[in-house]
Design a protein around this ligand. Structure first.
Ligand SMILES: C[S@@+](CC[C@H](N)C(=O)[O-])C[C@H]1O[C@@H](n2cnc3c(N)ncnc32)[C@H](O)[C@@H]1O
Length: 266
């Protein structure tokens, strides 16, 4: 289900997503009965899928990562690229598939614990996002997650809607490179499709980004100690203001902050 779109990708582009999976997502991977992960819509090269597998192996050595593409030419190119890079036999393979996660033989009746769809749904009309979430979610293992993620060309500004196995959004994760960050709200142009058109005054997602920007500005004196401290203080401030910030404060100095989906209108 779906249709081919631009295949733009890049080496190391999705490192912040891999870091979330090996951080907050690690417990899920470790506990999985079947450590199967799908990288849906990996684009014009095998690279980000192979990088993902290498990083996930650190928390789950027997992880198997299946890259699925709706464009058959990209499946052929990725399989060749993997072999050329000497990465055959490393728990990575590529196959044809869309939001239904391929023909029955592709996953052989197995259910992935994680599906990453990075920079895929942004190219679809917003009306197709919810149905795509529900279709992917219906194929997940119990307790599994879909990451509907968006980022800039070099992966410095990332936004992720984490969707549960019921097809409902759980949280919005923002992950930003802090060096040189002007303000957290610059991620606005990279919001996933479900949010980007709603980022206007009066909408909850707009209020969330404005609250982060305001907290960042108020914590400007901490800039002398570095952007990590300043960002962590800004996250603590928005949480103290009542925003349902999720997860461990230890993630904040990494430029990562998560908020409950309902708070941003998802
Ligand atoms: C912009 S690229 C993203 C590549 C990579 N994930 C990244 O973020 O760097 C989007 C890719 O998603 C693929 N795609 C679009 N719809 C899809 C679907 N329903 N199922 C699988 N792949 C899809 C396109 O063919 C394209 O190669």
């Amino acid at each position: 289900m779906g249709r081919p779109t631009r295949g733009t990708t890049g080496t190391n582009r999705l490192r912040r997503l891999d870091r979330w999976l090996t951080g907050p997502g690690a417990a899920l991977l470790r506990a999985a009965d079947d450590p199967l992960v799908v990288d849906l819509g990996y684009g014009a090269s095998h690279t980000t899928t192979a990088e993902m597998a290498a990083r996930l192996r650190v928390v789950r050595p027997d992880v198997e990562v299946v890259g699925l593409e709706i464009d058959p030419e990209r499946v052929r190119a990725a399989a060749e690229g993997l072999q050329r890079a000497g990465l055959g036999g490393t728990g990575v393979r590529f196959a044809l598939g869309g939001f239904e996660l391929g023909a029955p033989e592709v996953l052989g009746g197995r259910r992935p614990v994680v599906v990453r769809a990075a920079n895929v749904l942004r190219q679809y009309p917003v009306a197709e996002v919810g149905p795509a979430w529900r279709l992917v979610a219906s194929r997940l293992a119990p307790g599994g997650l879909l990451l509907d993620a968006t980022c800039d060309e070099v992966g410095r500004r990332v936004a992720v809607v984490v969707v549960g196995d019921d097809g409902e959004p759980r949280e919005l994760v923002l992950s930003l490179r802090l060096a040189g960050l002007e303000r957290p709200g610059v991620v606005a142009e990279r919001l996933p499709k479900a949010l980007i058109e709603r980022n206007v005054p009066g909408e909850p997602v707009h209020a969330w980004l404005a609250a982060l920007d305001d907290a960042w500005a108020r914590e400007a004196p901490l800039a002398v100690f570095g952007a990590r401290q300043r960002f962590a203080a800004a996250c603590a401030r928005v949480r103290a203001e009542g925003w349902p910030v999720l997860g461990r404060p230890g993630r904040w100095p990494l430029g990562e902050v998560a908020v409950a989906a309902g708070a941003v209108g998802l």
